[in-house]
Unconditional design. Structure first.
Length: 70
């Protein structure tokens, strides 16, 4: 597996975890479980920020290398 494919897989896994915790937070909020909802929402926010930072870093690296995306 090349480095690019491994990095893409990590990003997809990170995004799936963020979406999973977002869904858990929404379901918990509907049922009124405040503690669970706030914890899951907090985890989803952290994972989203990490995913966004990884995306921006890969975007900047892609621009500096001057290669088109595969």
């Amino acid at each position: 597996m090349t480095a690019t494919k491994a990095a893409q897989r990590k990003v997809v896994v990170m995004l799936s975890w963020a979406l999973t915790f977002l869904v858990i937070a929404i379901i918990a909020a509907i049922f009124g479980f405040g503690g669970i909802a706030s914890t899951a929402a907090g985890i989803a926010q952290i994972l989203f920020v990490i995913f966004l930072a990884l995306f921006l870093v890969s975007l900047i690296i892609g621009f500096t290398r001057g290669r088109p995306p595969a």
